[in-house]
Design a binder for this molecule. Structure first.
Ligand code: FUB
Ligand code: ZN
Length: 650
């Protein structure tokens, strides 16, 4: 039995319950086309988006020969079911639920029935033409889908010990191994969307079978060696349309422009990039390969120092859902896909396995408490795909360049990658609180919880008691039940200048080693540690190279970035200004949105010209005093359609 962390935090328990009681059943109904909801397109006027129904379970039934019909949906529709199953696995790990377990066992049987004799697993090709499999990898997502299945299977096996699901996953991975690799007669290529690499590494960790590690490494190292691979396949392909034409996207879209170890910047589709980096960092952590780690670090630096929004969102443009260039961070046309923020969290988690540096945990916290969490409404039933930093609902409606920026969360989307990704992230949050680094425990996230962590010589138990993210202290009770002295690294919060630690009631002198303060606990001993920090309201300024944020300020407190919403501040939020000498006050409003931190202060509002018919004038617009009210960004758009703004003129 490995590590077990039981999350008791009020803040997170609410979300985790919501996922268990609302989101998982709701998604189940959607996957079975019985939710009775309107599925929205990601972008208006995009004819290519299948959005009449999900059909995901039906696709499996058809592939399994249980019903008749044809495939419907994206080539990656299967992954919606796999992510649902993965979330169920974590949910069962937290709390057994016989009814949910029964449902998931039926899904596993269905997936097993849909699997081909030789292990191949993909409903699109099983239904539409198995002879064409693996021949259109730019858009087919076959390996992407199997990667998601393998992740779900490993999680399910870990939670329940179910061997069947693991065997289906191994059979699928073996089929991939038989078809891809450097050997003659195999395909020298990879999937257009990274994910299989993550799945194979997880399968390796649980089975210890070297071929899965080798195959993951092969896929990662092969990428970029032959940028023509997708086009060569497409030229010969005669099978069903698997996102045909996608191979014409620039090579950077697929991170296929040069070998990964030579890539200096994060290019192309943001989710693909961070999934690639997650696998690459896992590979570096697993093999100890320094060159691979250096490549991870280069990409980490580029993403987090030059291409990441203050909310932890990534992806500056809807075109190709991609990164653009360093310091290009527009606030109202960006992408910031929920999946991309989640992928960045995955990447950070793997980096912590290689290097004990609090920066990774801090970025994880930023992406988690802001962009990722904004992906879900407080009712657990509405979801954002795109997470803007500035929204005007009328512009979203009328400007085709902003039609992807939604002012309210839809119930579901035709391309439904994000909601089930959030479900598996939130249900597995217990895996993000701690990292065991070379037998040292790193405390990365302040989350009220009880943990049993396995070190070489036995277990360490850590109880965290805190009302974080709202309050300013964390009490740890650390029991070392192992046979050796245990070393524990307590992360110092990067956003606080006043931090104190006491051990058994006595204050200690803080020594920060890459953002962690280390303490030791003797074998068999217990220690009470208290971490106290101030959580000031911070004014965040952006590097002036980001032209959109010049002269603007973003407000944060603790892990949360705050925003202005129309419902509190009226329309035309761009007319508001928060002067640099304005005093800001924080209070917790228990009646707002089930309990929310609120920051308020004095600001000014530009007055519109008296004549609506004059655009330009020679007199400076007048300002009038206005009260500004900020709420945490993740909670925006829970009170109807309205404007929102993170970066405010100062
Ligand atoms: O291609 C599969 C998923 O669909 C991607 O990760 C998302 O960005 C969306 O395009
Ligand atoms: Zn997504």
């Amino acid at each position: 039995m490995g590590n077990r962390v039981n999350i008791t935090s009020e803040f997170w328990a609410r979300y985790r319950n919501l996922v268990r009681t609302e989101m998982i059943p709701f998604q189940w109904n959607v996957l079975n086309d019985i939710a009775g909801i309107k599925i929205e397109k990601e972008r208006l006027n995009d004819e290519g988006i299948p959005n009449e129904k999900s059909h995901a379970i039906e696709n499996f039934k058809i592939a399994a020969g249980r019903t008749k019909g044809t495939h419907y949906g994206w080539t990656f529709q299967d992954s919606d079911v796999y992510k649902w199953l993965e979330a169920v696995a974590y949910s069962l790990r937290e709390k057994m639920d016989p009814e949910l377990e029964k449902k998931s066992l039926e899904v596993i049987d269905l997936i097993a029935d849909a699997q081909e004799e030789d292990g191949y697993l993909d409903t699109f090709y099983s239904i539409l033409g198995i002879d064409y499999r693996y021949q259109s990898l730019a858009g087919s997502h076959e390996l992407y889908c199997m990667g998601h299945f393998i992740e779900a299977a490993v999680a399910y096996y870990d939670a329940t010990g179910n061997e069947k699901v693991l065997n289906v996953a191994k059979k699928a991975a073996d089929n991939i191994y038989d078809n891809f690799g450097p050997e003659e007669g195999k395909i020298h290529g990879f999937d257009g969307h990274e994910e299989i690499e993550i799945g194979l590494l997880r399968l390796y960790h649980v089975t210890k079978e070297a071929r899965y590690l080798d195959l993951a490494k092969y896929f990662l190292m092969e990428r970029g060696k032959n940028p023509n691979f997708f086009r060569e396949q497409a030229a010969k392909y005669e099978g069903p349309n698997a996102l045909g034409g996608i191979e014409k996207m620039p090579d950077t879209y697929f991170q296929n422009h040069k070998p990964i170890l030579e890539q200096e910047t994060a290019e192309g589709h943001a989710v693909r990039v961070v999934y690639m980096c997650t696998a690459l960092a896992d590979l570096a952590a697993t093999t100890g390969d320094k060159e691979i780690f250096e490549a991870c670090k280069r990409l980490w630096e580029d993403i987090t120092k030059r291409r990441m929004y203050v909310t932890g969102g990534i992806g500056s443009t809807v075109n190709g859902e991609s990164f653009t260039l360093d310091y290009d961070l527009p606030n109202d046309t960006m992408y910031c896909e929920t999946c991309a923020a989640i992928g960045l969290i995955f990447f950070a988690k793997q980096m912590l396995r290689i290097e004990p540096k609090a920066e990774y945990a801090l970025v994880m916290e930023r992406a988690l408490y802001n962009c990722a969490l904004a992906g879900m409404a407080l009712d657990g039933k509405h979801f954002f795909y795109v997470n803007p930093l500035e929204v005007n609902p009328l512009k979203s409606l009328r400007d085709p360049g902003k039609s992807h920026v939604k002012p309210v969360r839809p119930s579901w989307l035709g391309c439904a990658c994000c909601p089930p990704n959030l479900a598996r992230m939130i249900t597995s949050l217990d895996d993000y609180v701690y990292t065991i680094f070379q037998d040292t425990v790193l405390i990365n996230q302040y989350i009220d919880s009880d943990a049993k962590l396995a070190l070489t010589d036995g277990k360490v138990e850590i109880v965290q008691r805190t009302n974080f993210p709202w309050d300013e202290q964390v009490a740890f009770e650390i029991k070392n039940n192992s046979k050796s002295q245990a070393k524990i690294g307590i992360r110092l919060p990067g956003w606080s200048a006043e931090v104190e630690i006491s051990i058994n009631g006595a204050p200690v002198e803080l020594v920060s080693e890459k953002g962690y303060h280390y303490i030791t606990v003797d074998a068999g001993a217990s220690v009470e540690a208290k971490l106290t920090f101030s959580m000031p309201i911070l004014r965040n300024y952006c590097n002036p190279l980001v032209s959109e944020d010049i002269g603007k300020v973003a407000i944060s407190r603790g892990p949360f970035v705050y925003c202005l919403e129309g419902v509190d501040n009226g329309t035309e939020l761009n007319c508001l200004r928060l002067p640099d000498d304005s005093e800001l006050n924080y209070e917790y409003d228990s009646s707002l949105l089930s309990g929310m931190g609120v920051i308020s202060g004095k600001g000014y509002r530009l007055q519109a010209s008296e004549s609506k018919d004059s655009l330009y004038t020679n007199s400076k617009p007048v300002e009038k005093e206005a009260k500004l009210k900020f709420i945490p960004y993740f909670a925006w758009a829970n009170r109807g359609e309205n404007e929102m703004e993170v970066w405010v003129r100062e």
